[in-house]
Design a protein around this ligand. Structure first.
Ligand SMILES: [Zn+2]
Length: 440
């Protein structure tokens, strides 16, 4: 099998050669559960779900781990604001995340560990890093000493000066080098915390992933994935921690990162007020439409998300579901779909190949590999050709049409009927009254 992936670590497209071809090990950084997931959070989930489906198609076993970060200062803030316990926030948003992922046809990973269930393992790992003299204790904090790890900066391709000038490095008095990062920090009484050899406290973010990889997958894994924004410092720090705890040179063989998501040509940000949650999008679009839209750009490129992409994706799905009427002669995944996927997950090319498949069973099997065409044609049509107009707008247009008809302005009345028709609303005039229904 000739499967190639671009490896962020070597900056090259490489032939994928697993550590053990009987069991592939893959880890992707999961959500921090303090709020609704936005569409940018959904991109890595959908991309690595597609990779997971592809790997399962090739290898006998794939163990996929995606964590839930349920210890984080943002969670503490959200709980304080609502005056609710932290578990109220984390449970609520974990449930919502699961619902969102189901709507996007994202399969459950094999393990979905939560940080709060892994504190003992995290403490053990920190202790080993300390024993190996790669970390130090200062002012009740345990800090990783980046000067002790000579590979530091290799993944993000930065030298020490660049890393230290990075905006995400927090300067603090208790650090020997500004780039040193927290493995464990003390907690106040009103903050979540656990007893440890270094007092009551909680883990830093980076050590959580290193520890969960170790616990659920082992010391070395095949693929580690996440968004491009995680390369530095998060993934750089994961490598430093894991190699230092294990006295090893390698943590993940292949590092894969997806590009940024822009909303209507602009970066999504709080200040621009253009952050769109998955939940909001699901009110207007079918999950499958959103999934196809996310896969329509190659994962390493920035994606320009928005209405036109979603409308275009809906049209593609309409065509694909229509092609399920075709006859079937065979029942195999099309080479024209799997081959682009084997070339560093080229989903846009795979999608365009789907449109050319004539045989319906082959189409279903090939589309399923991308997590698409999971329903029957009927189910698709009944849930997707609803009107995008609100009931209120429809009623107002009908009243306007009534007035036009009363004043014998039939051109205007017909124009309104056409406008509604284009929005899938059909009018019927019965006994002087107009009723409407949505086209199926
Ligand atoms: Zn992580």
């Amino acid at each position: 099998m000739n499967f190639k992936i671009y490896n962020t670590l070597t900056k090259e497209k490489e032939l994928f050669q697993p550590l053990d071809d009987q069991s592939i090990k893959m880890y992707v950084c999961g959500p921090t559960v303090y709020s609704y997931a936005h569409i940018g959070n959904a991109r890595p989930a959908v991309i690595f779900d597609t990779l997971y489906r592809l790997l399962k198609n090739i290898y006998p076993e794939v163990i996929y781990v995606r964590n839930i970060t349920d210890v984080d200062d943002k969670i503490n803030e959200a709980a304080k604001k609502l005056n609710k316990p932290i578990s109220y926030i984390t449970e609520k948003y974990t449930d919502i995340y699961h619902e969102d992922m189901r709507s996007l046809s994202v399969l459950s990973p094999n393990h979905e560990p939560r940080v709060t269930d892994n504190i003992a393992q995290i403490i053990s790992m920190i202790q080993r890093i300390l024993d190996n003299k790669k970390a130090y204790i200062n002012d009740n904090h345990i800090l990783f000493d980046i000067t002790s790890f000579d590979q530091y900066g290799k993944l993000s391709n930065r030298d020490m000066d660049e890393m230290l000038s990075g905006a995400r490095v927090e300067v603090a008095e208790y650090k020997k080098t500004p780039g040193d990062f927290v493995l464990w920090k003390p907690s106040n009484d009103d903050e979540p915390g656990w007893d440890s050899p270094w007092g009551f406290g909680r883990p830093g973010w980076h050590i959580e992933c290193s520890s969960m990889v170790e616990t659920y997958l082992g010391k070395e894994i095949d693929i580690h994935g996440g968004g491009q924004d995680l390369i530095f410092p998060h993934h750089e720090n994961e490598i430093a921690q894991s190699c230092s705890a294990h006295n090893s040179k390698r943590y993940a063989k292949y590092w894969m990162h997806n590009g940024y998501l822009n909303m209507e040509g602009e970066k999504m940000s709080k200040s621009l007020g253009n952050i769109i949650t998955v939940k909001e999008l699901l009110e207007k679009y079918d999950g499958e439409v959103i999934r196809l839209a996310l896969l329509s750009t190659h994962y390493r490129k920035p994606i320009n998300f928005g209405e036109s992409l979603l409308e275009q994706s809906k049209n593609i799905l309409n065509k694909l579901y229509k092609n399920l009427n075709n006859q079937s002669y065979e029942d195999v995944v099309s080479k024209d779909v799997i081959n682009p996927l084997l070339d560093d997950l080229n989903t846009p090319l795979a999608i365009s190949s789907l449109l050319k498949i004539k045989c319906s069973k082959t189409l279903i099997k090939s589309a399923n590999l991308l997590g698409l065409l999971n329903r029957t044609q009927e189910e698709w049509l009944s849930s997707n050709n609803k009107s995008t107009m609100s009931e209120n707008d429809i009623e107002l247009l009908i009243q306007e049409r009534d007035r036009a008809r009363k004043s014998k302005d039939f051109a205007k009345a017909d124009e309104i009927r056409d406008q509604l028709d284009q929005n899938n609303v059909i009018l019927e005039d019965i006994d002087g009254k107009t009723i409407w229904r949505v086209k199926k």
